[in-house]
Design a protein around this ligand. Structure first.
Ligand SMILES: [Fe+2]
Length: 457
């Protein structure tokens, strides 16, 4: 497949927008004044894709109307197919609270040809898609494009974080190109096809409960963090291709099913609605942070959140640690030591992570499970507690991220053993932390090392 068709794409902008899009080859293809006319323009079929219950409150109600060459139902029966290393079964694994770190996940071996769907592997997760409660964290590693094949997830939304190589994604709503340092979300049910150029790798957060939304900003105000205007949505672009044996793969209740049809499913000529895939460039994130002393919690770096029914508690947050200034006075600036009632899965898109400069590598990952302690290694602690606290750039040339979840996750067999990437030495990075306690300590700085006093302000 030529990637030329992905050049000069136009996007709609605005998070959660109500868009209307027509392929310019078919002007006036969107019916006027109604969704479901007796006869649609150009002999198209009308089809609604509902992303929320019909009766969901208006602020959560999402759906899109397609005007397409054939309705999606024109396919042969589903049959179960092998799902490789993909799993949504988190109840039959042995629990392990250990701090876990993975070396970079492998690209396909020499001579192997693996596409995006065959290259999916599940690391960890919790809950289950049947009851529509839980999450799963996957990696993908592939080197060829999906040919005559589309995929859709009946269980939840995918938030895709490319780490190596761009994703050229065809969806029913149009095309998107997602480069490393950008992310995309493909909501439940939307069919998509991924083309790649060479070795391609990244991470996926799958959520079963709800859709991703922007976090509330509270006292931050109307602007900041990920701004709605920076989210980009595809525009209608159809292909009218009759292809025998086109495969449509559905992930349904954690299993894979294939249905054959005789045409491309990317035959949507026009659409309107507020349920669509989108992408976001992480470099557009407006960072908020402490400009006096101490730390704000890492929730200030939340790009998108999938909320639970408990107020303020996320099924999963997508959090990034972007380049920024570090200016806090009399403060230990790296992440603090802590234990958390949330699970923290981290990945590194590029560069070196600030709290551990070795061992945590681009394309690798770490998991700090519920209440498992973690924090900077001894080298980072020693450096940060003695360095001159001038304003410094932090995380330049890097981008790490966290999938933070209120669910207690289990690691799959693939994540624990089959991938052969678990770093057994990880615990050692905290073994060098020395006892520095001195019962005879006296403050010799006249309070200059402590919190700000009235006098110092
Ligand atoms: Fe943490």
């Amino acid at each position: 497949m030529s990637l030329k068709e992905f050049s000069n794409l136009k996007y709609n902008t605005g998070f959660g927008g109500e868009f209307a899009s027509e392929d310019p080859r078919c002007p006036e293809s969107l019916p006027k004044g109604q969704n479901n006319p007796q006869i649609c323009p150009y002999g198209l079929y009308a089809e609604q894709l509902s992303g929320s219950a019909f009766t969901a409150p208006r602020s959560y109600n999402v759906r899109t109307w397609f005007y397409r060459i054939r309705p999606a139902v024109c396919h042969k029966p589903f049959s179960r197919i092998d799902q490789g290393n993909m799993s949504n079964d988190f109840s039959s694994t042995v629990p392990d609270p250990a701090q876990t770190r993975w070396k970079p996940f492998d690209f396909p071996k020499k001579g192997e040809e693996i596409d995006f769907v065959n290259g999916l592997a599940t690391i960890c997760g919790a809950g289950d898609p049947k009851s529509r409660h839980g999450i799963a964290i996957h990696v993908y590693s592939c080197n060829i494009s999906m040919t005559n094949k589309a995929f859709y997830n009946s269980d939840g939304d995918f938030l895709i974080v490319p780490q190596e190589g761009s994703l050229y994604i065809k969806t029913e709503m149009g095309k998107i190109v997602v480069n490393p340092n950008e992310i995309c979300v493909i909501p439940m049910g939307i069919r998509f096809n991924v083309s790649v150029s060479g070795n391609t790798r990244g991470y996926i957060l799958e959520v079963f409960d709800a859709h991703f939304e922007l976090p509330s900003l509270g006292p931050i105000g109307a602007n900041g963090l990920a701004n709605p205007r920076d989210f980009e949505y595809p525009t209608a672009c159809y292909e009218d291709l009759d292809i025998n044996g086109y495969k449509v793969i559905s992930k349904y209740q954690g299993a894979f099913f294939e249905a054959l049809q005789d045409h491309s499913p990317f035959d949507v000529v026009a659409w309107h609605g507020n349920y669509a895939p989108y992408k976001y460039d992480l470099s557009k994130f407006m960072v908020i942070n402490s400009v006096a002393f101490d730390h704000a919690d890492p929730s200030i770096f939340t790009v998108l959140t999938c909320q639970s029914v408990k107020p303020g508690v996320a099924i999963a947050d997508f959090v990034i640690f972007p380049p920024r200034w570090g200016v806090a006075d009399h403060t230990f600036r790296p992440p603090y030591y802590h234990r958390n009632c949330m699970s923290e899965f981290m990945g590194l898109i590029l560069g070196k992570y600030e709290a551990k400069e070795g061992g945590f590598l681009p394309g690798g990952a770490s998991l700090h499970s519920m209440m498992t302690p973690h924090g900077p290694d001894s080298e980072c602690f020693n450096k940060a507690s003695t360095e001159d606290l001038k304003p410094v750039r932090v995380a330049d040339g890097t981008m790490s991220f966290m999938f933070e979840s209120s669910l207690s996750m289990a690691i799959t067999d693939w994540g624990a053993k089959i991938c052969e990437k678990v770093d057994d030495e990880y615990y050692k990075c905290w073994q060098g932390i020395e006892k520095k306690f001195n019962p005879n300590w006296r403050d010799e700085t006249n309070g200059e090392s402590g919190p700000p006093t009235k006098k110092r302000r």
